[in-house]
Design a binder for this molecule. Structure first.
Ligand code: SF4
Length: 356
């Protein structure tokens, strides 16, 4: 058996790249459908409003103001699940900028989770003892208005080949880390060649047991779950966990269910995390229906995150007393295994903090 080492993986990769200056004719591989859907995403507030048959006038000024702070990005498969003509559609609410984004509110800050202090080396964030977050890309398929990383300096975390060595060296020297979490941005916005290479490099770190992926892509562009993704996932020796991010039951359509089913068949454990968001899912009935719909799709409800006070998103905030009351009601409606844990992430804490 050939021993795989970080150096042998890098050497093989570079031998597959044409040398600079050679006349080798490169026939570009066709772009996968999901990448075309990502490139063709709606990126202007006007287009989003028109696409949904909404009057531009009452919304446009605020939408442009918010768009200037954090650009609009919505892929077509997600737009198709919105109700045309409904400005309160719970999926639209997650992506349409409002004038409130330009209001400064006390207590709402640019880095609510204190991630700056948890950066271990370029691209690697370590908050908890046994796991580390690897920022494989700063891109997302969708820009969620409430994102706690909407101000994150992704440009400073682009990983060069030297940085990759540093990440692997850091992980190798940290035997207490047994799980790496692909994060971002949305890690599945990176191409499969890059992800497969990362997975191979992680395979060489003997004490790693699990690869966890936090992604919204299988939901917003289900075509992302294709053969090439499933191939590198099934080749890794690590146990795979995919934590999707779904806030409302209307986000799960047939194509998403099929994508999730393919992941499950490939041996990936599926969990969901949601954020409690005013005007989107702050009702017991919606949360109960979300848990039921997730379970039918083979996904276990995992976390319900209390709102992180990020600058520009205060209009989504649900206070902790209300969030706790909702989860108590949820416990009366659902079996315990369908009730997600209500948690808050506090900067510097040794784990997520349960609120109940
Ligand atoms: S990181 Fe996740 S929550 Fe934030 S914008 Fe990207 S997909 Fe949305």
């Amino acid at each position: 058996m050939i021993q795989r080492t970080p150096a042998s993986i890098e050497a093989r990769e570079s031998s597959q790249r044409p040398a600079t200056g050679t006349a080798t004719l490169q026939i570009p591989e066709p772009r996968p459908d999901w990448q075309k859907l990502m490139s063709n995403a709606i990126t202007s507030p006007e287009e989003l409003l028109k696409r949904l048959g909404l009057p531009v006038e009452p919304w446009l000024k605020g939408a442009r103001a918010g768009h200037g702070l954090f650009p609009v990005r919505v892929p077509e498969p997600f737009v198709q699940r919105m109700q045309p003509g409904n400005p309160n559609d719970p999926l639209l609410r997650q992506v349409l900028p409002l004038i409130e984004e330009s209001h400064q509110e006390p207590g709402f800050v640019r880095d609510p989770l204190g991630e700056d202090d948890a950066i271990q080396t370029t691209g690697l964030i370590r908050k908890y003892r046994s796991r580390a977050l690897l920022m494989v890309t700063g891109h997302c398929a969708i820009n969620c208005r409430y994102c706690f990383r909407r101000h994150f300096p992704y440009g400073e975390h682009r990983l060069s080949p030297d940085d990759r060595h540093e990440v692997i060296n850091t992980l190798t020297a940290s035997p207490e880390i047994n799980e790496v979490i692909f994060s971002g941005g949305d890690p599945l916005a990176a191409n499969d060649r890059l992800l497969a290479q990362w997975a191979e490099l992680l395979d060489t770190v003997p004490h790693l047991r699990r690869l966890r992926i936090h992604s919204r892509l299988p939901v917003v562009i289900p075509q992302r779950v294709n053969d090439s993704l499933l191939k590198w996932l099934s080749e890794s020796r690590l146990q795979k966990v995919l934590v999707v991010h779904i806030n409302h039951p209307a986000e799960l359509d047939q194509a998403t269910r099929q994508a999730l089913s393919r992941l499950r068949e490939a041996g990936v454990t599926l969990l969901n995390q949601s954020v409690i968001l005013k005007g989107v899912n702050d009702s017991t009935d919606t949360l109960a229906q979300l848990s039921e719909t997730l379970f039918e799709a083979g996904v276990m409800p995992y976390y319900l995150h209390a709102f992180d006070p990020v600058e520009g998103a205060h209009h989504f905030a649900v206070n902790d007393d209300r969030a706790k009351a909702l989860v108590r009601e949820l416990m009366e409606q659902l079996p315990g295994f369908l009730v997600p844990k209500l948690v808050r992430e506090l900067p510097g804490a040794a784990s997520k903090t349960p609120l109940l």
